[in-house]
Design a protein around this ligand. Structure first.
Ligand code: HPA
Length: 232
């Protein structure tokens, strides 16, 4: 089985022909959509009803293991910090920094899995990345994603700091998910698409690309994810 995790934009994509299913594990309940060998997990559930800091990340990510997923493409809407990823562009995340707090980001805490310090040096799959690069010439690469707690957007000073630290884009979910996917040793390709310049970076103030453009880039990334998973 292969999987796609979607965030903002999941509702609009619609998942034609996918069957809605519910599952549960030690960590709680999860919602997913299945067709052929693909499962889709909308991380905020459909209707975008769960805020980033309230997502049950362990239930969602352990679902991948429950469903015997080998490869996952995780997709993120982000704000742009550097010019390596501008609004309406999409690209491959190579690493991340976690500025969240009060989130449980491990399974290896001695409860259902033993206490362990899992290697986080290489969290993303080279094989899936090569596949995406071979299939798409538009896609950017080598992006560093910083995860903020949310749900509020960042202050200008926070973005200035992130910029000076060399981060390329900002969102509220990747680090928690990537850490858990890595712990379960599932191949992960993270693709971000930008829907705005981050706080303080646009002369005219915070401005999003708009629903129509968001949906068109989300669709493109979703179709690429399906192509990657069909070719891997
Ligand atoms: N900040 C955090 N998360 C986001 C942003 C942003 O500017 N845009 C989309 N997700």
């Amino acid at each position: 089985m292969n999987a796609i995790i979607l965030g903002t934009g999941a509702d609009e994509l619609g998942f034609n022909g996918y069957e809605k299913k519910l599952g549960s594990n030690h960590y709680g309940e999860y919602e997913y959509y299945q067709k052929d060998g693909i499962v889709i997990i909308p991380r905020h559930k459909m209707g975008h009803s769960v805020a980033p800091h309230l997502i049950n990340y362990r239930a969602n990510i352990h679902a991948l293991k429950d469903l015997e997923v080998k490869n996952v493409v995780s997709i993120y809407a982000v704000g742009s910090i550097s010019n390596k990823l501008l609004p309406s562009e999409f690209g491959i995340i190579s690493d991340h920094v976690d500025f969240t707090h009060s989130r449980i980001n491990t399974l290896f805490d001695g409860t259902f899995y033993p206490l362990d310090h899992v290697n986080a040096e290489n969290q993303f799959s080279e094989k899936l990345k090569s596949c995406a690069l071979a299939l798409n010439k538009e896609i950017k690469r080598d992006l560093i994603y910083v995860t903020t707690q949310g749900p509020r957007l960042e202050t200008k000073a926070e973005i200035r700091m992130f910029n000076s630290l060399g981060f390329d884009c900002v969102g509220m979910t990747l680090s928690t998910e990537a850490d858990l996917i890595n712990e379960l040793e599932i191949n992960n390709l993270a693709i971000a698409y930008s829907i705005n310049m981050a706080a303080g970076l646009a002369r005219s103030g915070l401005e999003f690309i708009g629903k129509e453009k968001e949906l068109s880039v989300a669709k493109k990334v979703f179709e690429l994810a399906l192509e990657v998973l069909n070719n891997v």
